[in-house]
Structures are given as C-alpha cells and as structure tokens.
Write a protein that binds this ligand. Structure first.
Ligand SMILES: Cc1cc2nc3c(=O)[nH]c(=O)nc-3n(C[C@H](O)[C@H](O)[C@H](O)COP(=O)(O)O)c2cc1C
Length: 368
C-alpha cells in the first residue's frame, strides 16, 4: 500500500491495522545524539485517550511503547527508529456484519473497492483512528527534537458541536492546561459544556464533530520550500491525512476571504530589533515560508461516522438497499483524541522542515 510515509529528511512510515498484532512507526532521518527513552514516548501515548469513559470508545488499549531499533545507550544512533505498541483490546466480531454493509461516512466502501475486498476491515483496519497512536509516537520524537531548539507545538479543542471557546486565551494557559479537561479544552467552563454535548449526542445514538486549533510557537523565520513543499502545504497534507479531518485553515483562514486588504494585512513593526507583525491573520506562514510569528492552524473534524442510529446502506453481496445500525465501540466525538494526534502530526512536519532548512543538524552532539 503506497502512501504510508511522510517527510523528506525526517521520514515517518506508518504500519499496522486496528485489529492486527501491532501498530507502529519507523522514523528514518532522525539526527543522532538525541536522548530518547521509551518513557518519553510513553508519556505522550498515555495522554492520547481521555480518562472520562463517557466521552470515548470502550476500547481502551493499555499501550506499552517499545523501541525496537535506532536507539543505543539512551541516544538515537541516526539509524531508523522503530516504535510499536500491541493491539490487545479487540472485539473483531462486531465487524462481521459491516463487511457486507459499508458504514456511511467511514472508509468501508472505498477501501473494499480499492483493495478488492482483501483489506483488513476489522475495526476499520488501516482507516481506524487507532492508527494515530503511531503518529503520536513519531510526534513524541519530533517534539523532543523541536524542544531542543525551543520550538513548542500544542493543540486544544476549540469547538465541539455548537459549543465554541470564544475567549482568546494566553498561549501559556493553552499549553499548560490543555490536558487538564477530558475534552482537551483549556477553559473548564467551556469544557464542561463540551463534555455535556458529547454525552447528549451519545445518548441519542449520535455523534459530534468540532474544531482543533494547533499552535507552533518559536518556529524560526525562513522555514519552508516553496512551491510544492511550502510549509503550509506540507502541514495541511499531514493534517488532512488524519482520519476525519475535513478542513484545514491558517490564521484568519476562510474568514480572510471576507476581509479587505487593509483589514487582513498584518502590519510589521520592530520589537527589540526583530521584525514582528502586530496581528497574525497570516497564521505564521507567508509564501510557504515561516514568518517567525506563531503558526496557528485550525482543523475541522467531522462527527464520528459509526453511530447507533439506523442508517441507509447497500448490502454489497446482494446489491440491495439495506439498513444498518452500527454496533461495537466507537468514539461519540473524535476531537478529544484528535488533539494529541494533530499536535504530533504538526511536530513531525516541522521537524522535517527544520532539518531540511539546516536549523537542526544531522549530528546533535559528538560522542565523548
Ligand atoms: C483519533 C480518532 C478516532 C476515531 N474513532 C472513530 C470511531 O470510534 N468510529 C468511527 O467510525 N470513526 C472513527 N474515526 C474516524 C474514521 O477513522 C474516519 O472517519 C474514516 O477512516 C474515514 O476517513 P475520513 O473521515 O478521513 O474520510 C476516528 C478518527 C480519529 C482520528
């Protein structure tokens, strides 16, 4: 299956299926000399799934991270790094009926056509949100690398269904509080409303979507390779690769289309000898190159396709119209789990571009 690798210098290759033996990632091109332990990656994986059982799928994998290659004596060697977790909490029988009755909104039908029915459909196979655990593992390595150069990437839930966080919060508040609520919204009052909305949708046998905002702070000016490897293009590519992402916007995004140039342009000014802009409608990228302002991206997440309500579908074996009520364990809203996946995805692409631009050397330090 082509299309499983991303990046040019920091290349992450994803493997595994939802109900197969393992899910993992191979990172090729990580500089040598990065201090890296399983515990670093485990910490990111542990916060992938919110602890509030009412807002997540009943499938709770007790993921134990294993680094199988590329790390020696506690440091990356420069060789490919293989990181895995095992799949254990499986209910594959839930998917037998769906083999014939493709779920509306999921990839069951398109995957069946593309792979002639040989794809592993159990748990959604390669098209499951479970696959994002591999991105979180690669993201943990990318974040460690970026942090050495003071680049910080963090995301939070900005909206769930019709509940929106309208307050603008200080980035430090977002960074430090984003994982303190189950829905990953740093504002407790708004988070409580979001949680309530998810529980209500679930009770009705339905699901909700929402918006995740991603911020990358302290990205140096001048990162990005236009035309086709523009920084915003590559960030959009990895974010659109996350299952259920239906929109990506930078800065003012689609709203910019309604503004006048005089309103949308971000005026430059000097601050301690540095060129900054007084506003950030451009979202930190101009001409595909980082401007030095925070990179601000929002992604739209659709409502979870697998819902308990009855839906119309087609029985593929008989080619007759049919109805389907999806059984099994599903997230009533993908947004809380998408927060760590989105920040990891953005970190992978930023690490790749910082290596390409020469900001991160291939050898981080010499062995004594
Ligand atoms: C973290 C995460 C968890 C997900 N959980 C579910 C789920 O429980 N049930 C479901 O039907 N879809 C879930 N999805 C969404 C599907 O994987 C996705 O909608 C499907 O692969 C079709 O891809 P598309 O929506 O990008 O077109 C999840 C996605 C992510 C990122």
């Amino acid at each position: 299956m082509a299309g499983n690798s991303i990046g040019k210098e920091f290349v992450a290759t994803s493997f595994g299926e939802s109900h197969g033996r393992i899910v993992g990632i191979i990172i090729d091109g990580c500089p040598s000399g990065l201090e890296l332990a399983e515990a670093d990656i485990q910490a990111e994986v542990d916060r992938r799934i919110p602890k509030q059982p009412k807002i997540v799928s009943g499938r709770i994998e007790k993921d134990k991270v294993q680094i199988l290659s590329g790390v020696f004596n506690g440091f990356t060697t420069g060789a490919p790094i293989t990181i895995t977790v095992a799949n254990k909490d499986l209910n594959s029988s839930d998917y037998e009926a769906m083999k014939d009755l493709p779920r509306p909104g999921h990839a069951d039908y398109t995957a069946r056509v593309k792979y002639g029915g040989f794809n592993d459909y159990r748990g959604g196979g390669r098209f499951s949100g479970r696959i994002t655990v591999a991105l979180v593992m690669a993201g943990a390595v990318a974040k460690k690398l970026l942090n050495l150069f003071q680049v910080d990437v963090f995301a939070y839930a900005k909206a769930i269904g019709n509940v929106k966080l309208d307050k603008s919060l200080d980035y430090e508040v977002v960074r430090s509080r984003r994982f303190t609520t189950s829905v990953r919204c740093p504002d407790e009052e708004c988070a409580a409303k979001m949680e309530k909305a998810i529980i209500e949708a679930r009770t009705e046998g339905d699901s909700l979507g929402g918006i995740v905002e991603i911020i990358a702070a302290n990205v140096p000016t001048g990162i990005g390779e236009p035309l086709f490897d523009a920084l915003d293009a590559d960030l959009a590519k990895i974010l659109f690769s996350l299952p259920a992402v239906k929109g990506v916007e930078f800065g003012a995004g689609f709203k910019a289309a309604t503004l006048k140039g005089s309103q949308n342009n971000d005026a430059y000014q000097l601050l301690d000898g540095r060129v900054i802009s007084s506003t950030n409608n451009h979202g930190g990228v101009l001409g595909g190159i980082s401007s030095g302002m925070p990179i601000v991206i929002r992604i739209a997440i659709k409502p979870t396709p697998s819902i308990a309500k009855e839906q119309q579908t087609v029985a593929l074996s008989t080619m007759e119209n049919a109805t389907l009520k999806v059984v099994g364990r599903h997230d009533p809203c993908i947004v809380p789990k998408a927060v760590p996946a989105a920040e990891s995805a953005a970190a992978i692409t930023l690490a790749d571009h910082m290596i390409r631009a020469g900001y991160i050397p291939k050898v981080l330090k010499e062995q004594k």
